[in-house]
Design a protein around this ligand. Structure first.
Ligand code: HEM
Length: 412
C-alpha cells in the first residue's frame, strides 16, 4: 500500500506498523504532502521539532479554522465543525480568545485542587477495582481502563452514576467512530451522533446549574462571562463535552497501554514493584509510549515555510504524535520503554497554549491506578488477542484480555 493510503486509513493504526513508516518518513520526507480522499491534500508532519513549533505558533497554525480532528474526507469534514463545536470549544479557539475560555474552566484542574482531591480520586479508583469479578479474568480495557477515568471525571463534573454507562457508549461513538466495532451507520454518522448525544446531555446538565453556587466545571461554565458577556448555552455545552471526552477517552489509552508495556517489559515491571514511587517519573514514559493521541490537525493562516516546503495559507497539516514521541533526535533509545527516562520531552500532552488542561489529573489517575493494580495483584497474564482501536485520531487499545492473580493476604 502507498504511504498516503496508509496515512488515510484508520485500520492501519490498529497495527503497530505505523512506527516503521514514521521512522522512514522522519528521515526521507519529514514534511510530506499527502493526497487525501477529499482531493484537497494535507501536510503530514513527522518530526518532534516541527510539531513542537506548530503547537507553539497558534496564530500561524490555527485550531479554529477547521478544528483539530483529522478530517480528510468529505463526510467527516461536513460533520466535524458542528460536532466538536469549532470556535466554541476551548480546544478549537485560537488566541487571544482561547485564554479567556481556558481561564473559565481551569480551576478544578490546577495542581492545588488536584492535590486536595487526591484522596477522593484514590477512593473512586479503589471502588472500580472492588467491582472486578473474583475469578480475575477481565478485559483490562473495558473493565478497568475505561472505567477509572470515567469515574474520576464524572465525579469532578458531578455526573450521577446512573448516567456513566450511557456516557461510555456515546464517548466510543464520538471518538472511535472510525472503528467498525463502535459504528452505528457510517463513520461520520457515528461520530456525529456520539457528539450530539453528549452535547444534549451537557446542555441539560449545565442549564440546570446556571445560577447555582457550586464549583464543578459545568456550573463554572454556566455562570461564566468572557469580556462581560455570559457564555452562550452552546459554548457552555461544547466545553462540557470537551471535558467529558478528553477526561476519559485518552487516559484510558495511556493506562491500558502502560499496563501492556509493563507486561511486555518484565524488567520495568520489576523496577516498579520494587519501588512504586518510580511511577511519579514513570507516568511520563507511559504517556510517551502509549500514543493516546495519534494525530491532530492545524490549518495555516498565512504563507510560511516548514522544512524545505512552502506552506500556503489554508493548507491543512496533520501532526503525527507517535512519530514525535519516537524521534531519535530527541529521545535516546526511543524504542526502549524506560520508566526512569529523564528528561522526557514527549509531546503526548501537546505543547503551547493548548497544552492539555487535564494532564496533571491524568498523571495522578494513571499513577494511582497503577499503584492499586500492583498492590492488589502479583500476577497479570495476557490471556487473549490484544486489539487496538482503528483510528488515526485518538488511538490505543480496544481489548486487553488478562487474568489477574490476587496477592495472597497475610494475617497479622
Ligand atoms: C493521558 C491522558 C491525556 C492525553 C494524552 C491528553 C492529550 C491532550 C493533547 C495532546 C491536547 C492538546 C490538543 C491540541 O493541541 O490541539 C489536550 C488538550 C486538552 N485536554 Fe487532554 N489529554 C489527556 C487527558 C485529559 C484529561 C483527563 C482531561 C480532563 C479534563 C483533559 C482535558 C483537556 C482539555 C480541556 C484540553 C484543551 C486545552 C486547551 O485547548 O487549552 N485531557 N489533551
Amino acid at each position: 500500500m502507498h504511504v498516503d493510503q496508509k496515512l488515510n486509513d484508520p485500520t492501519f493504526f490498529a497495527t503497530s506498523e505505523y512506527y516503521r513508516l514514521f521512522d522512514r518518513m522522519r528521515v526521507e520526507d519529514p514534511v510530506h504532502w499527502t493526497q487525501s480522499p477529499d482531493a484537497r491534500g494535507y501536510w503530514s508532519v513527522f518530526r518532534h521539532a516541527d510539531i513542537k513549533r506548530i503547537l507553539n505558533e497558534p496564530e500561524r497554525f490555527s485550531s479554529e479554522r477547521e478544528g483539530v480532528m483529522p478530517v480528510i474526507d468529505h463526510a467527516m469534514a461536513e460533520i466535524a465543525g458542528e460536532a466538536m463545536g469549532v470556535g466554541e470549544n476551548v480546544l478549537t479557539i485560537d488566541p487571544p480568545r482561547h485564554a479567556d475560555f481556558r481561564k473559565v474552566m481551569q480551576a478544578p484542574f490546577l495542581p492545588k485542587a488536584l492535590a486536595d482531591g487526591e484522596v477522593r480520586t484514590k477512593e473512586l479508583i479503589g471502588e472500580v477495582f472492588d467491582q472486578l469479578p473474583a475469578h480475575g479474568e477481565i478485559d483490562l480495557v473495558s473493565d478497568l481502563a475505561v472505567r477509572i477515568p470515567m469515574a474520576v471525571i464524572c465525579d469532578i463534573l458531578k455526573i450521577p452514576r446512573e448516567d456513566w454507562e450511557e456516557m461510555l457508549g456515546w464517548g466510543k461513538m464520538a471518538i472511535g467512530g472510525t472503528d467498525p466495532e463502535y459504528q452505528q451507520g457510517t463513520a461520520a454518522e457515528t461520530v456525529s451522533r456520539g457528539f450530539r448525544l453528549m452535547y444534549d446531555y451537557s446542555l441539560r446538565r449545565s442549564s440546570e446549574r446556571r445560577g447555582c453556587p457550586f464549583s464543578d466545571p459545568f456550573t463554572l461554565l454556566a455562570n461564566a462571562a468572557v469580556n462581560g458577556a455570559p457564555l452562550t448555552p452552546s459554548q457552555v455545552a461544547h466545553n462540557g463535552v470537551q471535558l467529558m471526552l478528553a477526561g476519559f477517552e485518552t487516559t484510558r489509552n495511556a493506562f491500558s497501554g502502560g499496563v501492556l508495556a509493563l507486561l511486555e517489559n518484565p524488567a520495568q515491571m520489576a523496577l516498579l514493584r520494587e519501588d512504586p514511587k518510580r511511577l511519579r517519573l514513570g507516568v511520563e514514559e507511559i504517556v510517551r509510549w502509549s500514543d493516546p493521541v495519534i494525530s491532530l490537525m492545524r490549518v495555516a493562516t498565512s504563507d510560511t515555510e516548514l522544512g524545505q516546503h512552502k506552506i500556503r495559507a489554508d493548507d491543512r497539516l496533520l501532526l503525527w504524535f507517535p512519530s514525535a514521541n519516537r524521534d531519535e533526535e530527541v529521545f535516546e533509545r526511543p524504542y526502549e520503554f524506560d520508566i526512569t527516562r529523564h528528561p522526557n520531552l514527549h509531546l503526548g500532552f501537546g505543547a503551547g497554549p493548548h497544552f492539555c488542561l487535564g494532564g496533571p489529573l491524568a498523571k495522578i489517575e494513571i499513577r494511582l491506578a497503577m499503584e492499586e493494580l500492583l498492590e492488589r495483584f502479583d500476577g497479570i497474564e495476557i490471556t487473549g488477542p490484544v486489539e487496538r482501536v482503528q483510528s488515526s485520531f485518538v488511538g490505543g487499545l480496544k481489548h486487553l484480555p488478562v487474568k489477574l492473580k490476587p496477592r495472597a493476604r497475610t494475617l497479622n
